[in-house]
Each structure stands twice: as C-alpha cells, then as structure tokens.
Ligand binder design. Sequence first.
Ligand code: RIB
Ligand code: CA
Length: 310
Amino acid sequence: METDMKKRPIIIDTDPGIDDALALAIALFSDRLEVKLLTTVAGNVSLEAVTENTLKLLTFFGKKVPVAKGCAEPLLETFVDASNVHGKTGMEGYDFPAPDTAPLLEEHAVNAMRRVIMESEEPITLVPIAALTNIALLLKLYPEVREKIREIVMMGGSITRGNKGVMSEFNIGTDPEAAAIVFKSGVPIVMAGLDVGLKALVLPEDSEEILHMGKVGDMAYHLFKRYRGGSFGTGLKMYDSCAVAYLLKPELFTVEETYVEVELAGTVTRGCTAVDLKGYLRQKPNAKVCVDIDGEAFRVWFKQSIQACV
Ligand code: RIB
Ligand code: CA
C-alpha cells in the first residue's frame, strides 16, 4: 500500500448512475485520492434520485464523505434523464441498504464546493462525471475559486459522434450552456470523452471475475446485469471510470492538447464538443483531450481497482 504518497484532494460531481457507482467506488477506496466532497446534479435520473443513490453508495461502501445536492435541471436545456440506460432508480439491479442521510449537507453543492476549495491548502481537482451545471455556476458565481482549482478532469464530450444526440455526448448535451462556460473558463481541463469511454469495456469474462471480488464486486456484477450502457454479453462501457483512471493511471491514455468549443446554436449539432485537432479555428488550446486508451490495460486496471475496494 503506498501510504507515504500525499493523497490528491478531489471533489466528484456525479449523477449515479451505474457507471458513476463504479467510478465512485474506485475513487473512494483509493489510497491515493482524498475525496473531500461529493456533489450531485440531475442527469442519469432526477436530482433527488441521484442524491439518494450517492448516499446509498456511501452507506454501502462504509465511507464518510460529505454530500451536497446541486442543480435539479440544466441552465437552459430541457432536462431529459437516462433512466432507459440506468433503470428507473438510476441504480437498478442491486438491493442497497437504506441510506444514512447524515452526510447530506444543508448547503447547495455550488456553495459547498466553493467552501471546500477556498479552505483547502492544496489546489483541488474537480472530477465532474455528469452534466456541468454545478461546475458552471461555481465558476460564474465564485470566480475566486479558479486559481485554487488544479484541474477539471471530466467524463464528457466526444471527438466524433454522440450518445445523446447525433453529435452530443450525454453529459455535455444535457447542459450545453454549462459546458460552454466551463470550456471557456480558462481553468485547466482534461476531457475523457466517448472516444475513450467506448473502449473502456468490461467484458463478460471480466464480469464473471468481478462477481467474486467481495461485496463491491458482487454489487458491480448485479448492476452490470441491468446496465444498458453497452451489453453484458459484448462489453459494458465504464465511461465515468475513465476520469478516475486518468487520475490514477494516466499512462492508459493518449492525450492531445487542443482547442474545444461547445456548439450551442446548431439545430442538429447543439451540445457537440468541437475538438479542433487540426487547428482550423486558430484558437489557443483550452483542454487536454484523451484521444485514445489502451483498452486491454484498462480492463486489468479496472479489475485490480475493484479488487482493492475492501
Ligand atoms: O455519456 C456518458 C455519461 O453520461 C456518463 O457520465 C454516464 O453516467 C452518463 O451520466
Ligand atoms: Ca455519470
């Protein structure tokens, strides 16, 4: 166990969500990350449901981390959930114990994030694995936090096609205005989009191994049976774990620094992340974009990480 390494302080903004659940497990059980706060935002399912799911996961994992509820809907876009992918509750497939609600703060997520960031001696890494509504409001309401944020390491966007719209990935497409604010903020960004998420697969043989990896493995297996982000039989997409994997094993990724702009006005391309790898827009880079992942090495890392959730 690497106990002498300083833990990297992070805040995860999340919408559990089956893939969120696994990303949260890996981050919470890692001895290299200090999860200072979990904030929730409407996305896969409603704000109430994702907040209850976050509390259920903390109770199940036996982890004590403050939770703050954020925005119930996007800044402008009409909210449409992804319950078709994650089930009505957002975490169908496993019967979690009743959540301990003690970690739930009265504070709004945006105010809690500001407090934690400003109180921290070390710059905080924000890890949004959901729509960027809370993050955008944080940056607009409290610009003083910008210099105390080390990086925003997000699951979101796509260099190519979408999974919510023709060209829009779900987290960006859920709140395009929020995403545009974040990409224009000047805060260092790492974008782990569909380009890597679609290759971050749990194959059937992996699921069978994971089933026997303690109670978190058993939970994962039963959630996977219900998860429609891919197929149990051919490969389940661990989108959100890519953001955590970047923090813990960045060598899994091929990364390019480039300019990213969120399309807001397109009638059929709204929510697209225009990743300008060829420099057509002649803009300075504003993000490190994960353009590829070693899928085989990810599978090994993912299983080792679930094994470590004890
Ligand atoms: O496009 C995938 C993203 O949308 C993931 O964060 C998943 O949990 C959903 O929120
Ligand atoms: Ca998510």
